[in-house]
Design a binder for this molecule. Structure first.
Ligand code: PHE
Length: 454
């Protein structure tokens, strides 16, 4: 953020800075932890294809809409929605979309932080060389021991929340962005290296067949919903994070190009993670549907066997922590900014308020893997319920409302002006996707799984 515009709001120095920050938000645990394990649980290829379809047909048009709304509104999501609704002559109730996003962000961070805590714990274990020459059973045992120990999970969850709130209170996003700018390419290079390792030492062919052979008989209604929900989750859409960053994007920069770069980088990272993990899963007789522990039970096996593995493992988990960190700040920033703008609280007080509330809710996730593992609602633990509710219901609902707002409530002239586009084929394709394809896909997929149709 270098220049200050006529509105007095600081702006990203250019497209690169915006793309890096948005990619910092998008690339995180969703790509490296979640994508592989839900792909494993949902049968592979057909699920991956569905996810890619959702990124292109739903994610990309909605991301453009979110950036556009954010840049036009110039405030935090609730106030932006209110301001734009007024200027477009619509009901100010649209601000509720911002409020929904704010709550969704806090709920997601509450479990995101617990999982980021696993990565913190694995950073330490890696540096201590714990994984050296371990068998698959031993590696599985290490993960099992970690998640069954609620005190350790709580400790690391607390550390990660403190790290996140530290960045938010100090307003040192710039420092973190600079670190992420270095570490994200590092993570990318390391993933490429791990894919190479998996190609040589793992069962590469089974891994790739699993990821890319689409057998649609394996795709349940539920899997389609999970693929769609994940498209929102991984691109940070539907809760205002990208809207918030859009407010900082300078006027002359093309929203379409910036969106394509972020979506492309995010997708490549997820696919690389899958290509590194599944060959190891099959070569070691592990279970693709092992669940949330999948990467923690497979990657350390590879680290334990390679020369210099302790260093590679430590680097990998440090970078994963940074990727999670830059996503975490974008999950709480809308809530903190809104409280500071509207409740007359200082930024510090808002931070503590939001941080403590999120930490508190996170305890439910900590206990979901041990003391409360048997306490189930609809067959799901507290963590599973929270993940399902936020990812598969709240984010798509938020995204749907943002799409409807941009495509149906805003004037065409406002859209053209903000996108800085001629009224040509690109604009019409985008508007068609946003008006019809994205909303109908979200409605049909949700209704289909919730048993309302079909
Ligand atoms: N996109 C992030 C990830 O994949 C998570 C996230 C979701 C961040 C929603 C912000 C908003 O890890």
């Amino acid at each position: 953020m270098s220049s200050v515009t006529e509105t007095g709001r600081p702006h990203w120095s250019g497209r690169l800075a915006f793309v890096l920050a948005a990619t910092g938000s998008a690339v995180g645990l969703g790509n490296i932890w979640k994508f592989p394990y839900i792909t494993g649980e949902n049968g592979g290829g057909a699920f991956v294809l569905m996810y890619l379809f959702c990124i292109v047909a739903i994610g990309v048009p909605i991301m453009m809409a979110e950036i556009l709304v954010g840049r036009r509104g110039q405030l935090s999501p609730i106030s932006t929605m209110k301001r734009l609704a007024q200027s477009e002559g619509r009901s100010s109730a649209w601000k509720l979309v911002g409020a929904l996003g704010l709550i969704t962000g806090i709920l997601i961070l509450s479990f995101y932080s617990v999982v980021a805590g696993w990565a913190l714990s694995y950073t330490l274990k890696s540096a201590q060389g714990v994984f050296a020459n371990s068998s698959a059973d031993q590696i599985g045992g290490i993960f099992g021991a970690l998640v069954s120990d609620w005190k350790t999970l709580l400790l690391w969850h607390t550390v990660f929340m403190l790290m996140t709130m530290f960045v938010i209170t100090r307003g040192v996003q710039k420092g973190l962005e600079r670190a992420v700018m270095l570490l994200m390419p590092g993570l990318f290079v390391l993933l490429v290296f791990l894919v190479g390792y998996a190609a040589v030492k793992g069962d590469f062919s089974s891994g790739l067949h699993f990821l890319f052979d689409a057998d649609f008989s394996k795709l349940s209604k539920e899997s389609i919903l999970v693929a769609m929900g994940h498209a929102f989750f991984t691109l940070s859409l539907g809760m205002g994070a990208i809207m918030m960053y859009g407010a900082y994007l300078p006027k002359h920069i093309s929203i379409g190009k910036a969106t394509l770069m972020v979506a492309f980088a995010d997708t490549v990272v997820a696919l690389l993670a899958g290509m590194a993990i599944f060959p190891l899963v099959f070569a070691n007789g592990l279970e693709p549907a092992a669940g949330p522990g999948l990467i923690f039970q497979t990657l350390p096996l590879a680290f334990g066997q390679m020369p210099g593995g302790a260093i590679v493992a430590t680097l990998f988990f440090v970078m994963l922590v940074f990727a999670a960190w830059s996503s975490a700040i974008s999950l709480v920033e809308p809530a903190v900014a809104w409280m500071t703008e509207n409740l007359g609280m200082t930024r510090n007080v808002s931070c503590w308020f939001v941080g403590v509330a999120t930490w508190w809710i996170g305890i439910g996730t900590v206990l979901s893997f041990n003391e409360m593992a048997e306490a189930k609602l609809w067959g799901k633990t507290f963590f599973d319920v929270l993940d399902y509710l936020t990812t598969n219901i709240m984010l798509p609902l938020g995204g749907l409302l943002i799409a409807i707002f941009a495509a149906w409530m805003m004037h065409k002239s406002s859209l053209l002006d903000e996108l800085d586009m001629e009224e040509g084929i690109l604009f019409h394709t985008w508007r068609f996707l946003l008006r019809f394809v994205a909303p109908l896909a979200v409605i049909i997929i949700s209704a289909n799984t919730l048993g309302l149709i079909g």
